[in-house]
Design a protein around this ligand. Structure first.
Ligand code: WQD
Length: 344
């Protein structure tokens, strides 16, 4: 059976939609599983507009206990090259306030997905993991052998998922897991047709700044300027979402080369960190808009600095980032300016 179909859980989301466009352009058939809890149905139309092909949609919350049979039936009749698993909750600060919800959703989706993969006989999974598994135990830059120590329930949920997948691969000969530890995804497709549109008040820095620039928010609250960093504000390794999407296609290609199963892990980042204030200045320059800021207290669960060593992804996957901070800001602003109210 033609194994050119790829399942994208959370595929209507920010990162998923960018991956969907690239997968379709690469000749894959895409099946999106999404419940639109943090995304909009309009994204499916935009993916079709960009790629010329409408992905199949299975509208489902994968964390719901009894969804396995229904989803498996909806997926039957195709050969699947692999699954790219993005569905989950992803805000550090929110996870500190709602740990039960984060573990229930982020672990429940993965456990159900593994049962579905068994039923549809698919043995390849690319998992959206996170740099937050490293915590602040490693001097920057951190590579994949870095000490592991999340500082918040979001990071622990990603670490627990990595463990679940590793145990599953050990028990199922030929099952291939690729963990991609994202640093900080930002930016948007150059067309401005898809981008980051979080529901409610943005948890993350870039979408918040973009909403200040477009006039939806008054000022950016800077969560602490007393960290041991270049200017006292948090330093992160921001990665353009197009680079990140390309990294997923490189990981899928690696998984399809039949390495006999097992687990591989890659950092996806630029290897360069920027502080909150450096990002504010870069975004102001790219958008031509003033970004008022107000320094407030630290956010629970935050760390001072984390920057990727992504040499392994370059060596094994032949992937490295191509876009710099200025391009991230230009593309993020282009999306926000064209869609001031998001996908509304
Ligand atoms: C970045 C910096 C904040 C908002 C993210 C994602 C998570 C994971 C890792 C993939 C920090 C500061 C933020 C604001 C601020 N990605 N900040 N004011 O916390 O690194 O985590 O990347 O797995 O999904 O959440 O990103 O954008 O929330 O924060 O000062 O209004 O900006 O303190 O230093 P974070 P972030």
């Amino acid at each position: 059976m033609n194994a050119r179909s790829v399942i994208l859980t959370g595929g209507a989301g920010y990162i998923g939609s960018h991956i969907a466009v690239l997968l379709i352009e690469a000749g894959y058939e895409v099946v999106i599983i999404d419940d639109f809890s943090n995304s909009s149905p309009a994204v499916i139309d935009r993916i079709e507009k960009l790629s010329g092909i409408r992905p199949q949609l299975v509208e489902q919350d994968l964390s719901v206990p009894d969804c396995v049979d229904g989803v498996s039936a909806a997926l039957a009749g195709r050969g699947y090259a692999g699954v790219i698993h993005l569905a989950g909750l992803k805000a550090v600060g929110e996870s500190v306030a709602q740990p039960g919800r984060y573990y229930r959703v982020n672990l429940g989706t993965t456990l159900n997905l593994l049962s579905i993969m068994e039923k549809i006989k698919c043995n390849n999974i690319v998992f959206s993991s996170s740099a937050t598994v490293y915590g602040e135990l490693n001097p920057p830059p951190v590579d994949e052998s870095g000490k592991i120590g999340p500082t918040n329930p979001y990071g622990f949920s990603k670490l627990f998922n990595e463990q679940i997948l590793a145990d599953y691969a050990a028990a199922n000969q030929g099952f291939q897991v690729i963990n991609l530890r994202y640093f900080n995804p930002v930016g948007a497709h150059p067309s401005g047709l898809i981008g980051e549109d979080p529901k409610g008040i943005p948890n993350n820095l870039f979408p918040y700044i973009a909403q200040v620039a477009v006039g939806r928010r008054e000022a950016l609250n800077v969560f602490g300027d007393d960290y041991d960093t270049v200017d006292g504000t948090g330093v992160r390794d921001y990665i353009h979402v197009m680079d990140l999407a390309e990294g997923h296609l490189a990981a899928l290609k690696f998984a399809l080369e039949d390495h006999g199963g097992g687990v591989a892990c890659f950092n996806l980042g630029c290897g360069r960190g920027y502080s909150v204030l450096e990002v504010v200045n870069a975004f102001a320059a790219a958008s031509g808009k003033e970004i008022p800021v107000k320094v407030v207290g630290r956010r629970a669960g935050d760390i001072a600095e984390i920057v990727a060593d992504a040499a392994q992804a370059e060596k094994i996957l032949g992937w490295k980032t191509q876009r710099d901070l200025n391009q991230m800001c230009i593309d993020h602003w282009h999306w926000q300016e064209q869609n001031p109210d998001g996908f509304a």
